[in-house]
Design a protein around this ligand. Structure first.
Ligand code: C5P
Length: 425
């Protein structure tokens, strides 16, 4: 997503809105899954043109894609040359992104060697935008040294890849060669499109969700954070071109593609994981609801009813942001640190205190007692505080929109800091 301001009015523009995307479908059984991908892209606002090889059209009827895109499906190169709108290179020239799913071994070989013998390979050669490939084939074909060499060539030339995955194949065997799931290819499309965004070359570290502090093998102290805000932030950073790492506590959410993730359980594990990679981090977004205390001792076996006293002694957890601030010397890579304050009273006052104490560049504060804001729900109403200026209150927005807004402010902070460096005007 991107944000446009006109006066005070803010409009969030989803990354895929009005983008020209060519979906290339080649002849593998996974071709049917390309329909689900196409549908997601269309629903996200992209203008999608589908090109099918002859073999692909034997697996799935072109009409399926035509119905999904409301546009003609390209299957035959020479029949189209007469058309002015879809000439044999015009689709490639205007594409913001081309995604080939499934990409068979045969098509990978053709692309690696610059063939232009059908509309799909011709369009790939003419394509000026990024090309994402979702290979799918039988395991032996995938492991064959010819395919390996073709893949290496394509990687070298800047093609992006997603999958293949290990799993059940159409041959009933299990092995590597299964096409990535449409949802993951969709996320990879967003990642590929964003590669040249304002955060290109930056490493953004996001913490998400809650921590679990165990006192016996089956019980723990936790909190209600679902990780939704942290996941939205990671996706928003990725959509602006950043390399994103997400360190997250226990959550039911699954990883979207294009974000490196590390799962942890306790605050101390999160502390260690953050400090491990902080020296290569440019932006830290500490969205996790970290447990402030943990049980002082851990019982190796499940505590039986009546066996023990009913009170649990607590020990404080390390404050991760304070540890980061202590370690962050002038000149280090870490430029922007954003904290989050989930409060139930005196929202702005408490957030301002944390902003100062934790030496933050921004703090995002929300009242988690409001029904439409905070834990578990998809919306949030936040205030953003900056050490230098008055708090900004955003209206009720989806967590994706809030995340896009925070990332825009991070981009501005990075620009300000780059401008402040010695030697700059
Ligand atoms: O829990 P608290 O309200 O202090 O959280 C404010 C910010 O500090 C959040 O960004 C949270 O992720 C971070 N935090 C931390 N280490 C802790 C507790 C909170 O970094 N032990």
């Amino acid at each position: 997503m991107a944000i446009k301001y006109s006066g005070d009015k803010m409009t969030v523009i989803p990354l895929l809105k009005d983008k020209s995307i060519v979906v290339g479908v080649t002849g593998g059984i996974a071709a049917y899954k390309a329909a689900a991908l196409t549908s997601r892209l269309v629903q996200a606002g992209a203008r999608v043109d589908v090109i099918m090889t002859e073999a692909a059209a034997r697996f799935v009827a072109p009409l399926t894609f035509q119905a999904l895109t409301h546009r003609p499906v390209v299957t035959e190169m020479f029949a189209l040359l007469a058309e002015t709108d879809i000439g044999h290179v015009s689709l490639g020239k205007r594409a913001d992104l081309m995604v080939i799913a499934p990409a068979t071994a045969n098509t990978l070989a053709k692309l690696a060697h610059g063939f232009a013998d059908n509309m799909l390979t011709t369009t790939s050669l003419a394509c000026r935008g990024p090309i994402l490939l979702a290979p799918a084939m039988e395991t032996g074909m995938w492991q064959n040294s010819a395919t390996r060499a073709n893949m290496a060539l394509l990687r070298d030339r800047g093609f992006y890849f997603i999958g293949p995955e290990k799993g059940r194949l159409a041959s009933s065997d299990t092995g590597t060669g299964r096409m990535a799931e449409p949802n993951d290819i969709f996320e990879a499309c967003r990642w590929s499109l964003a590669r040249k965004g304002p955060l290109a070359g930056k490493h953004v570290l996001v913490t998400a969700g809650c921590t679990w502090e165990p006192f016996d093998p089956v019980r723990f102290i936790g909190n209600r954070s679902s990780g939704k805000m942290g996941f939205a932030l990671a996706a928003a950073g990725r959509d602006q071109g950043a390399e994103v790492t997400r360190i997250h506590g226990p959550t039911a959410r699954t990883a979207g593609d294009g974000v490196r993730c590390q799962a942890i359980q306790t605050a101390r594990q999160m502390h260690d994981a953050v400090l491990d990679i902080i020296s290569t981090t440019d932006v830290l977004l500490m969205a996790a609801a970290v447990g402030d205390y943990r049980p002082a001792s851990f019982a190796g076996q499940k505590i039986k009813k009546g066996q023990d006293s009913r009170s649990v002694e607590l020990a404080p957890n390390p404050d991760i942001l304070k540890a980061v601030a202590k370690q962050n010397k002038p000149g280090s890579q870490l430029q922007v640190v954003v904290g989050f304050a989930a409060e139930t009273e005196d929202l702005l006052e408490n957030a301002r205190k944390k902003l100062d104490q934790k030496k933050l560049d921004l703090i995002v504060a929300n009242d988690v007692s409001a029904p439409d804001s905070g834990f578990k729900v998809d919306t949030n109403r936040v205030n953003i505080l900056d050490p230098q200026s008055e708090p900004v209150t955003l209206p009720l927005l989806s967590k994706d929109e809030v995340a896009a807004n925070i990332i825009q402010r991070v981009i501005v902070k990075l620009e300000e800091k780059a401008g402040d460096q010695p030697g700059k005007d």
